[in-house]
Design a protein around this ligand. Sequence first.
Ligand code: GLA
Ligand code: ZN
Length: 689
Amino acid sequence: MTKKFPPAAPRVPHMVHGGDYNPDQWLEFPEVLEDDIRLLKGAGINSVSVGIFAWAALEPQEGVYTFEWLDKVIDRLYENGIYTILATPSGARPAWMDKKYPECMRTNSEGVQNTHGRRHNHCYTSPKYRELVWNMNRRLAERYKNHPGIMMWHLSNEYGGECHCPLCAEEFRSFLRKKYDNDINKLNKAWWTYFWSHKFADFDEIDPPSNRGENAVHGLNLDWRRFVTHQTNDFMKMEYRSVKEITPDIPVTANYMTYYDVLNYREMRDTLDVISWDCYPKWHNDFETTIDTSHEGAFNHDFFRSLLHKPFFLMESTPSQVNWHRINKLKRPGMHYLASLQAVAHGSDSVQYFQIRKSRGASEKFHGAVIDHVGPDTDKTRVYKEISRVGSSLSRLDEIVGTTTDSKVALIYDTYNRCAINDYQGFNNANKKYLDTCLKHYSYFHDKGYNCDIIPPYDDLSKYDIVAAPMMYMLYDGVAEKLKEYVSNGGTLVCTYNTAYVDETDLVLLGGFPGGGLRELFGIWNEETDALFPSQSVGIRYNENSLGLSGEIRAVEIAELLHLEGATALAEYSSEFYAGMPAITVNNFGKGKAYYIGARIDKKAIFDFYDAVFKDIKAEPLLSDIPEGVSVKSRNDGENEYVFIMNFSEEKKTVKLGGKYTDILTDEVYDDIAELDVYKIIIIKRKIG
Ligand code: GLA
Ligand code: ZN
């Protein structure tokens, strides 16, 4: 049973409604602060994140500190019931710093050092930058440690990217020495450097990967990814300590990014008290349905919640439009409200924006905000009214704060696996589609009314009825045994083509695919992997089977030629020279079943497949007969389950609730049937058990 967590920020035991606020851009217009406060209060905003890129306003010259403006901002906000999430300013540097200490600046993979400017371009290794950040953060923490208005720390901003400077290269070599026990031959073996005469005689000979230099040793590329995560995390830990030592009771977060694969956030999950992330889907586009667009937020909410299996924060979202998509469409009326509550449905205890006030100049002046360029008249804007509606709804949801999600379904998705797939050269290079494949499987769980955790292969599987691990190309050490244990204890596992081809260092698993002992689990051997051109497909015909799946489907892009070694063929290829070979199989293993989908099939075929499998395992969705376009998710506190029902479609939908319930957002009572208008959401409360 899920327990209820205490509020992430003890000083704000409510749903947090806020966003990034940059009064440091308006110091010469002091009158805006009072007006901003009026507008924030009017929109039900109870928190703002301040100081994110404020270094130049805090220390305009080395050793000259000007914190008075920040004192005033934090005080005035607090006096008005608005709490501050205080940021460390390490995401961007003042010009004096880069002139005096150029080692703080990042070096690109060509070995060229950046010049001053932009943001997120510092070296994570530079002792000087670490010292400057440490000192600045301690100064902030000392000054505000007793301020009752500080609710949380926000470390830097969107840690990301990588640095190839000599300091980083040397740290990389130390990282490798440690990892390979100072034994260069261990590394040579793990990276297969015998290839193209790339063998090293000493760790000193190794450089980070580069397009001008080495990029063909996949083990090197992967270890570089691991190093970049390690080094970024090390920098983040330094920032964490810098404030935590002084303010042990103030929780610390850092904002993570959508589908980001430069860092493996799983290795950074234990560094923070609260996970938060920034969400910017392309709503109302012309290439997918609205529920499909909603998957981006849904998938990432589930991913970030599953890092610590507790509530997270939606740190940024735009109230209207962004400025960095190719086409920056306005959110249609109702979508901001729905997308905000979607985050809560998936386990967020906040709805926050980039940005509170539109900047007047530079690159983000046309990015959506709570407070518009129109200034005091902002409260007449459509956007402001919708934000206020979010604010007033969030204020009704205190009882949901701290509740989290029980999932019976898990999807295994892994960042290093993604990097390794991106790196491999072979099969269908034009259409590898790891993330896309994960999303297709995920969309079934999402659209059919199941909560879904998104986890790495090494997390606990025992609580799930079904686990899907699409394209698990890289098999981590110990995972084969884990999967076998899970299935033999009664679990249902679904894997696909491209499973277990390589080990953790990207060395091929010898002895036939799926390797590492998984041939036994799936009862198959994949002898060859075919790739198909875009206009080609191969027939797949279902055999008589106990799942009741029937008819013909098509394999596209990638198809494996399987042999049975104990499994049953649910479906066989019906064309090509491999007609008659198994395409989809199931193996009874202990008390459970291991399914293998050997070819890429379309979304409808995936949905039909899971319909049959879910029926077989008698999995119960949160509501029955959910209409297309409606998403149903739940949170619970151990006694009550809060069911969020969201219409992500452009049509009215009718939902059967299975009883009489009151919408806790509006107090409207529904007797079994709820008619959901376009983009409408309701939340009902059910007793568990
Ligand atoms: C990111 C950054 C913000 C801002 C927004 C714009 O998420 O963290 O500072 O640039 O994008 O959408
Ligand atoms: Zn560096």
